[in-house]
Design a protein around this ligand. Structure first.
Ligand code: FAD
Length: 254
């Protein structure tokens, strides 16, 4: 079949680029946010992800996907990586990868799991663990655009020490008008918490989410088992499956 020329923007999106680590910050004892400079970055929407490729001196190469954690900001992109014990790529990115080091990156990828700041419909965000990353990009994009779209975020984590972006989320819950943030702890809750630790269930989604009659767009992201359970529960509560958008990060991680 004859090759046809790809439009400039599409061909720009699929090429590998060399990104350099400009800054990092530790979110938890096992998760690190990487701020990368990517010359020629074409921009992206909240919810999209990138492919990251590592190649060693022998030419062996491997790649993984990571969500973009912040709205487009010129040639700077932000990823947050959870260290998976024994994980080939996540251990490198959280322990070894240093300021000034190059990696290859391709994107942005994905057109379904995205939130456009022009949308005004209610949004329910449900995150499990590192699944907060693309949903945080949506919270930040909403703030940046001064959007009034009603947002509710339910964030499931094992314990307070496992929470990413904790001070920013605390501030957002107060300052971002129309955004409600609820953290659900699965193993240990902070002193004074009114909910007993436990996995997220229908009662949480009913109490802290939107009623199905409000027709929210639901974005659910996290480990595969978490996403399937939450999406099925939302359908059981009466949410239209066509308004439930999911992103699975992989195994449950135990
Ligand atoms: C669209 C998309 C976006 C993603 N965004 C992010 C993100 O923003 N932040 C982030 O930290 N991760 C994200 N991931 C997961 C990421 O791509 C890798 O799967 C993860 O970092 C593990 O890779 P690894 O090379 O360290 O582990 P591997 O060497 O591939 O696996 C090591 C062991 O860990 C298990 N494992 C693999 N993946 C996971 C996982 N996600 N959770 C628990 N156990 C796992 C494997 O089964 C294996 O037993 C995303 C995945 C997808 C598909």
């Amino acid at each position: 079949m004859a090759r046809t020329a790809l439009p400039g923007r599409l061909s720009a999106r699929i090429e590998w680029r060399v990104a350099t680590l400009a800054e990092f910050r530790n979110e938890t004892a096992t998760a690190r946010t990487l701020l990368l400079d990517v010359p020629g970055w074409p921009g992206h929407l909240a919810g999209q992800h990138v492919d990251v490729r590592l190649t060693d001196a022998d030419g062996y190469s491997t790649q993984r996907s990571y969500s973009l954690g912040a709205p487009a900001d010129g040639e700077r992109v932000e990823l947050t990586v959870q260290k998976v014990p024994g994980g080939e790529v996540s251990e490198y990115l959280t322990d070894v990868y240093s300021i000034g080091d190059p990696i290859e990156l391709r994107g942005p990828v994905g057109g379904w799991f995205v939130w456009h700041p022009s949308r005004t419909a209610p949004v329910l965000l449900v995150a499990g663990g590192s699944g907060i990353v693309p949903l945080m990009a949506m919270v930040r994009a909403r703030r940046q655009a001064r959007s009034r779209a009603p947002f509710r975020l339910i964030y499931s984590v094992r314990s307070p020490a496992d929470q990413y972006f904790s001070s920013e989320l605390r501030r957002s819950a107060v300052d971002d008008s129309g955004l409600d943030v609820t953290t659900v702890y699965t193993r240990s809750a902070p002193p004074g918490a009114t909910r007993e630790p436990g996995r997220i269930g229908g009662a949480d989604l009913e109490r802290y989410g939107w009623p199905p009659q409000f027709e929210p767009t639901c974005f659910v992201c996290g480990p595969t088992g978490f996403v399937e359970k939450v999406a099925n529960t939302l359908v059981g509560l009466g949410h239209d499956p066509r308004r439930i958008r999911t992103e699975r990060f992989g195994p449950t991680g135990g």
